[in-house]
Write a protein that binds this ligand. Sequence first.
Ligand code: ASP
Ligand code: MG
Length: 425
Amino acid sequence: MGLVVQKYGGSSVADAEGIKRVAKRIVEAKKNGHQVVAVVSAMGDTTDELIDLAEQVSPIPAGRELDMLLTAGERISMALLAMAIKNLGHSAQSFTGSQAGVITDSVHNKARIIDVTPGRIRDSLDEGNIAIVAGFQGVSQDTKDITTLGRGGSDTTAVALAAALDAEVCEIYTDVDGVFTADPRVVKKARKIDWISFEDMLELASSGSKVLLHRCVEYARRYNIPIHVRSSFSGLQGTWVSSEPIEQGEQQVEQAIISGVAHDTSEAKITVVGVPDKPGEAAAIFRTIADAEINIDMVVQNVSAASTGLTDISFTLPKTEGRKAMDALEKNKGGIGFDSLRYDDQIGKISLVGAGMKTNPGVTAAFFEALSGASVNIELISTSEIRISVVTRADDVPEAVRAVHTAFGLDSDSDEAVVYGGTGR
Ligand code: ASP
Ligand code: MG
């Protein structure tokens, strides 16, 4: 029996009852002979509430202090969880990210892990303890200041610790039974996926699926750590995310042609209208955006109307960066040369993901047919080897997701998708 890292999200430890339930689960794993490291998130919506509070005292809180504040959320849950485990007659010790050896760069609010030195965790485990670690936080190598890894970062903490401790598996406990073929909050007939490859999971994550963060899956792939996503509210098997298909009974789970449908309504679209159709224009636009440190997603350039010699360029980006991008472009209007800017935040993106589309003709056609059947108009299209994405009106997204899900035969016979907790905040 080896070492397991378990991660419990905010909705699993939302209140005292939740913490006691999780404590029992951890003790179960320990009784089964495992060494257990449990990574926890802040209770319920604590992180959002702390951010609200910070914004009440300062419209743009200092990054260093915001990190100091937010890491308190995870400290509360780790200490309570250790107490609850002791109350069950087992020994547990809690550790902050810094104590657990999570070393990061010095970028506040979205630090990257650069090393994990879990000496204290190892010692604690060897003494027979269950180790509880605060997720989402670390310490900067250069400044020694406390950092956070960005929203949802506890998953990354868990995978990073699993890699550093050479764990058998990283179990991510959440408020749904695993990774589904679509967001169960939108598609009632979404089906639980038994196994999915790192590659397909990465595409789903970058297309808006929120169950696992892109960075966490990337980390797991790099160190080849299998992730088991499952619910802390039920005893069911969840979804395995790994490089090779898992065995189930005698059979090997097969690679699906289509893994799932993801959607994202967190992006906005900027259209640069009246751009001269000559070399260097797109470069000037996207250099401006890059210099503002903004990541973009899709890009399209419309055909130039020959009579004017002008063209339009549209791109999508996170809504949260919208203001900054518009300001940066406006400031460089003279240098770039365009007529005007249009900003649209009522868009949504729907993506179909699956490695099988490489070898199965007709996937793109069937995707567009499903959208047309639901009378959904397509505004932008982008593809990768294993993904097709379209931008539509935000209002059309739920209908479009359901139509595509049905068209690709992904609907389950029963309503098996249960959402156990969380406010979806
Ligand atoms: N508590 C942090 C957040 O809500 C980190 C996490 O939940 O993973 O983003
Ligand atoms: Mg959270």
